[in-house]
Design a protein around this ligand. Structure first.
Ligand code: B1M
Length: 216
């Protein structure tokens, strides 16, 4: 039963149908299906397919935008369920954003949701943010971790620029740097001097926890 629903969810993203995607996740939640399973087994497959069709030249920018709109509509329904309502001890503060020149927000937002759900206070500064914007938010919030997302091979070097700017601001001993995004790899993270790398939202939580306990 849930397999069929996940397939429909995948298709709603591929077809760029936000209303269908929203209705399907509402149906899934009513049936007690795990919100994370809706993301991993339904929505992610859909957006990956959209990316493939775009790479193959069968989809163009409008279809890419529609696919993302459908995914975002479904995620907005799921997010409150992921976060829950109980008050917890705050594990640490994370400034999170997508780097300059990069408009991709879905993965960054999902990372923020999972961090929030797991006890972090997340200051989401949005997309297309310069290194200076991250640094200003770190200073303002006294953050423990800064997280930078990058989805384009042309923007991943902004993560290095962020680290350089954090060093120049004299904050490198105070804040840990976490990087991620589809083209980012563990070896790239090591090469630019980041403290942590995560390939998905769940591992971002594990890495953030390790970074906090290493700093204590
Ligand atoms: Co664009 N796009 N896009 N796009 N887009 C990609 C990234 C691409 C791979 C598609 C393709 O060609 N197959 C390609 C990049 C190629 C490259 O660089 N080598 C691409 C391109 C080319 C472009 C444009 C240049 C297209 C154009 O204009 N001609 C343009 C660039 C705009 C810009 O940013 N300046 C563009 C635009 C867009 C839209 C705006 C239309 C839309 C984004 C809408 C939005 O976010 N509001 C979009 C989309 C949707 C995609 C794809 C299809 C999906 C991205 C996504 O949301 N994935 C993408 C193809 C793909 O990735 N398969 C593609 C779902 C999301 C949950 O996964 O973001 O990977 P992801 O996040 C994961 C992990 O990476 C990780 O955890 C997340 C959850 O598991 N993670 C972190 C992410 N950030 C992290 C941070 C961390 C830790 C983990 O710590 C801080």
């Amino acid at each position: 039963m849930s397999e069929e629903l996940f397939e429909k969810l995948t298709q709603a993203v591929v077809d760029g149908e936000p209303e269908d995607a929203e209705a399907l996740v509402e149906q899934a939640l009513e049936q007690g299906i795990d919100p994370l399973a809706c993301i991993n087994q339904g929505l992610m497959k859909g957006i990956e397919k959209v990316g493939e069709l775009f790479s193959d030249g069968r989809y163009f920018l409008p279809e890419l935008i529609l696919g993302a709109t459908a995914m975002k509509a479904a995620l907005e329904v799921l997010e409150p369920r992921l976060i829950g309502s109980q008050k917890r001890e705050v594990l640490g503060t994370v400034v999170l954003g997508t780097v300059a020149g990069d408009q991709h927000e879905i993965g960054k937002t999902l990372v923020g949701t999972m961090l929030t759900a797991n006890g972090f206070q997340v200051i989401d500064i949005g997309v297309d943010k310069k290194a200076d914007d991250f640094v200003a938010a770190i200073v303002e919030s006294n953050a423990d971790i800064v997280g930078a997302s990058a989805l384009l091979t042309t923007t991943i070097l902004e993560q290095k620029r962020l680290i350089d700017t954090v060093v120049e601001a004299g904050l490198r001993d105070k804040v840990k740097v976490l990087v991620g995004g589809a083209p980012v790899t563990e070896s790239f993270a090591v090469e630019i001097g980041a403290d942590g790398y995560a390939d998905d939202a769940i591992s971002a939580v594990h890495v953030a926890r390790k970074l906090i306990s290493a700093a204590e």
